[in-house]
Design a protein around this ligand. Structure first.
Ligand code: ATP
Ligand code: AMO
Length: 440
């Protein structure tokens, strides 16, 4: 026999004999004569009606816990009051037989009455993930990754995988996880930064990576994970580091266009309502200095250093009001706010050739041109107290003459979370890791 999906049932004529696999989402006795069952598969639900004439079967089904996986055989009927929606079938199934495929041991909540606390939902993550909004969300996330690969592939980038076990910290600013490595110390990579630059020195030209990034920061915020998925790229440049901004801009615009064309967005919005997302045909690239001026004109007392989170959010609002975009690039950061590998502006070393990208006022990307002169790199390291221990291979790549290059890193969970206004990056992570994860 053929297996039907619930989504397909609407397309079949009434009276058709159907057979499908689904979970029992809920069940209730409607009257003396009828039991109602709500069946759910990956994306859709349908109502099943079980006649109490078959009392033995009714009693057996009543013992099954919700979330149990069953094989249903029945006939399509027209319900007295059809309640068709994008995810609920407009037909009803007169159930003949129900076979148990695998029993669930009782669910802490049903997906139709979820507890509202983030912790509780994430504790019962499997159940939470079965919710149609999550099914939709992870399809969108998958599209973002695919679009990254496709856009960069079209522009001549090579996908690489760099080691996550490193001899030294890869990002001076962020904290690092230490692991035992055959009696020596190793560190989990805080980014592919050093290795992707080394690949450019190895004449790969343009490289990208989709991979895990580990940060040992004890930051319990809505935007920090201890393990997240980095979308990284690095490229030799011809004239200007803005060549990197153009590649990322192509990628992000392709994402916005593709995602907002997906029917899954409506499903996600049922659980996470979001405001219209606006972007411009020609992306706004604004200097950091002008951003600070906008904040000062707004009456805020902000230093010409780095932006605090509230200032970033406020700037996002101001930019939306003035330019009508939720997506923009903030360019030419002060050197004080950037890591040692960032190239300073040759005309004024207070500034750098580096940028951050924001959506809805929140950072999703950092990047810039890198120091490619070995002497300058060593000086920068010395100036902030980074020793050469563990950095030998990285420095060797510069002693051999690295081309002028630039690159950037994006946080996948942040792109998804801020674009769809999920409110917390944890929702965009399948099984998230934060400072409170892992049992004691
Ligand atoms: P990046 O690592 O690229 O700089 P990020 O978003 O990870 O970006 P941080 O550099 O760690 O952020 O910090 C940027 C801003 O976030 C700073 O303004 C800092 O004050 C704020 N911030 C960092 N950690 C926390 C925290 N635990 N609680 C509240 N704010 C925080
Ligand atoms: P940065 O440290 O800014 O830059 O990280 C790049 C991007 O990664 C995301 N991100 C995070 N996402 C979730 N949880 C975290 N704890 C977290 N920390 C950062 C953000 C951020 O913009 N090597 C540079 C990039 C480069 O210059 O190529 C780097 O790692 O979206």
């Amino acid at each position: 026999y053929e297996l039907n999906t619930i989504a397909e049932l609407d397309k079949l004529p009434l009276g058709t004999e159907v057979n499908f696999r689904a979970r029992i989402a809920t069940q209730r006795q409607m009257s003396k004569n009828l039991d109602f069952l709500l069946f759910r598969d990956q994306t859709h639900t349908v109502q099943g009606v079980l006649s109490r004439e078959y009392l033995d079967m009714v009693r057996w089904v009543e013992k099954l816990h919700s979330e149990s996986l069953v094989q249903v055989n029945g006939t399509l009927k027209s319900p007295p009051e059809p309640v068709r929606s994008a995810t609920h079938s407009g037909v009803e199934v007169e159930v003949h037989t129900v076979f148990l495929v695998n029993a669930a041991q009782g669910a802490p909540f049903t997906n139709y009455k979820p507890p509202e606390t983030l912790r509780n939902r994430l504790t019962h993550r499997i159940l939470d993930l079965r919710h149609p909004s999550n099914q939709a969300l992870f399809r969108i996330r998958s599209l973002v990754t695919r679009t990254f690969r496709e856009t960069l592939d079209e522009q001549g980038f090579v996908e690489i995988n760099t080691p996550k076990l490193q001899p030294a910290a890869t990002e001076s600013g962020a904290a690092v996880f230490k692991v035992q490595y055959f009696g020596r110390n190793a560190f989990l990579a805080q980014s592919p930064q050093l290795a992707k630059q080394m690949a450019v020195s190895a004449d790969f030209g343009r490289v990208f990576e989709v991979g895990p990034v580990f940060r040992a920061e004890n930051s319990n915020t809505h935007r920090h994970l201890t393990e997240y998925t980095g979308l990284d790229l690095e490229m030799a440049i011809q004239h200007d580091y803005h060549e990197v901004i153009h590649v990322i801009d192509d990628f992000l615009k392709a994402v916005f266009t593709a995602v907002y064309a997906m029917p899954e967005v409506q499903e996600v919005q049922k659980r996470w309502p979001s405001r219209e997302f606006k972007w411009l045909e020609e992306t706004l690239i604004m200097n950091f200095e002008d951003g600070i001026k906008m904040l000062r004109d707004d009456g805020r007392d902000v230093p010409m250093e780095d932006l605090s989170t509230p200032d970033e959010l406020r700037l996002g609002e101001l930019v939306r009001e003035k330019f009508g975009t939720d997506y923009y690039v903030l360019d030419k950061f002060p050197a004080s706010a950037r890591p040692f590998y960032t190239l300073k502006d040759p005309e004024d070393p207070f500034w750098t050739r580096s940028f951050d990208i924001f959506i809805r006022g929140q950072e999703i990307c950092s990047g810039g041109q890198r120091v490619n002169d070995a002497t300058e790199l060593r000086e920068n390291m010395r100036a902030i107290g980074i020793t050469e221990d563990g950095m030998e291979d990285y420095l060797a790549a510069f002693d051999l003459g690295a081309p002028p290059h630039a690159g950037a890193g994006l946080g996948l969970e942040r792109i998804v979370a801020w674009m769809l206004e999920l409110g917390d990056v944890r929702y965009a992570s399948l099984f998230h890791r934060d400072p409170k994860s892992l049992p004691e």
